[in-house]
Design a protein around this ligand. Structure first.
Ligand code: AMP
Length: 170
């Protein structure tokens, strides 16, 4: 979706020096563009081939929940530390800027066998890799990764061994 570019703003050196932060929030201020994007993402085979969606904290929730609604697929979440109650499955990962961990509620994971991972952006691939490892270690299938933006030069794709679709590449 080439026209998405207009609604994505780049901030240099945010949150750290050397990072070109892509702010996607302009997309949700344009309901017609957002709708078109969600319809496009929802029609992907990655969604069709999954029993459920797993969206990643926090901007992944914006796109994941809209896809869940449109495609009528259940959504679960992978959240950063201190955000989820109950028994958790947790994994650490390295981000383009810093380190973090993601957790999934054990009980909700047990309900589904295959997942489409949804996030706003693919950079180094560490975040998506963390979620896919968590899923695979718990004997779940990954149908693929759907993101709005892919930052090509960070080569996240090379880390991941499942289908990946992005709506715009920088
Ligand atoms: P990565 O694990 O390196 O693929 O990073 C992807 C995650 O970090 C996504 O959840 C993004 O929200 C966030 N992220 C990483 N780099 C950027 C960037 N340059 N602009 C905006 N978000 C980013």
């Amino acid at each position: 979706m080439k026209k998405l570019e207009k609604f994505i703003e780049t901030y240099s050196d945010y949150p750290n020096k050397g990072i070109n932060f892509k702010d996607l929030l302009g997309i949700v201020q344009e309901p017609n563009i957002f709708r078109e994007l969600i319809i496009e993402m929802s029609s992907s085979a990655i969604i069709e081939n999954a029993e459920a969606i797993i969206s990643i904290d926090a901007r992944g929730f914006i796109f994941g929940s809209a896809i869940s609604f449109y495609a009528s697929k259940p959504m679960i979440v992978a959240r950063k530390p201190g955000k989820l109650p109950g028994e958790l499955l947790t994994k650490n990962y390295i981000l383009e800027y810093g380190e973090n961990a993601l957790s999934i509620q054990k009980k909700v994971l047990q309900k589904y066998n295959s997942f489409a991972i949804v996030d706003d952006l693919l950079a180094t691939g560490g975040t998506a890799e963390c979620v896919s490892n968590l899923l695979k270690e718990n004997n779940k299938d990954v149908s693929g990764l759907l993101v709005v933006v892919e930052l090509m030069e960070l080569k996240g794709r090379s880390k991941l061994n499942f289908p990946i679709e992005s709506s715009i590449v920088f």
